[in-house]
Design a protein around this ligand. Structure first.
Ligand code: ZN
Length: 278
């Protein structure tokens, strides 16, 4: 668990997603979930060793598998919070979907694959339309929409600490996944992040950062848009400007993923830049 600022911590899980952790006298709030029981146990043990209260609320930033697979790995009485769009999408999840998703990760440890494939995912119990503010023992926690990566994304801002937890509205040092995106809305969400003036940011993936990572992701997305504008998809992906494409591939590290896989993902991002998915 990395101490981010004041009462906010992060568990940076890779592969998987970052878990934001906000401690209060009335219980701990986490944003998104780990993948494995051992990872949840590490968070629980560390909270206990610091005399912090157990996890009482889980806020779902958005319903992608790597963020929600561990909803049932914490205390029995934990309450799950999500917006209506996430609630509706999560209601459709079933174990076969998890199994397919897990396979796509080329995971090496078979026992872990089995564990994740068997995970039961709980849907949100506290459901809100657009925004929600909580106040726990004097700690204000604002949940606000940051759509773009997908329609359902929310961020969590702790004003007193000046910490923003973005879910996948921000990828730091990772290629953003744009396969279900609306790029124009995503750029607006980056602007919303700047307006909050956060001192520290816990992104959905990658190290804890500041607003410089927002600027960097914006430049990445603008490059994608520029490639899309000079390309006619009907002419096929071989006609994409090769220099611009390799510039995008090398923009962020590949984290062990084959370059071919990333290339295919980026070509998809370029298509999506001209054709929003929601
Ligand atoms: Zn995501």
């Amino acid at each position: 668990m990395e101490h981010v600022k004041d009462n906010v911590y992060a568990e940076l899980i890779s592969p998987g997603c970052n878990v934001g952790i906000i401690t209060t006298e009335k219980g701990t709030v986490i944003v998104d979930t780990p993948l494995l029981l051992s990872q949840a146990k590490a968070i629980r043990d560390e909270l206990a060793s610091q005399n912090q209260k157990p996890v009482r609320f889980i806020i779902i930033s958005h319903p992608h598998g790597d963020h929600i697979i561990g909803t049932d790995l914490f205390e029995q009485d934990v309450l799950i919070i999500g917006n209506r769009k996430a609630y509706e999408k999560m209601g459709k999840h079933d174990p076969s979907w998890v199994r397919e998703w897990v396979k796509s990760w080329n995971w090496e440890n078979q026992d872990e694959i089995e564990e994740m494939a068997a995970a039961h995912i709980s849907v949100p119990e506290i459901i809100f339309a657009s925004e929600l503010t909580m106040e726990l023992a004097g700690v204000e926690i604002q949940i606000l929409p940051l759509p773009g990566h997908m329609a359902e994304v929310v961020g969590v801002f702790v004003p007193k600490a000046g910490v923003l937890i973005t879910g996948d509205a921000l990828f730091n040092e990772h290629h953003p996944y744009m396969g279900e995106a609306n790029v124009a809305l995503w750029l607006e969400s980056l602007e919303k992040m700047r307006a909050l003036k956060p001192a520290r940011i816990i992104p959905g993936h990658g190290p804890v950062c500041g607003l410089e990572a927002v600027d960097r992701q914006q430049r990445y997305m603008e490059k994608i848009i520029a490639i899309r504008e000079s390309w006619n998809p009907e002419e096929g992906e071989k006609t994409i400007n090769a220099h611009a494409l390799s510039e995008i591939i090398s923009y962020y590290p590949l984290h062990g993923r084959p370059e071919e896989m990333m290339r295919a993902r980026i070509v998809e991002s370029i298509r999506v830049a001209g054709q929003p998915r929601f």
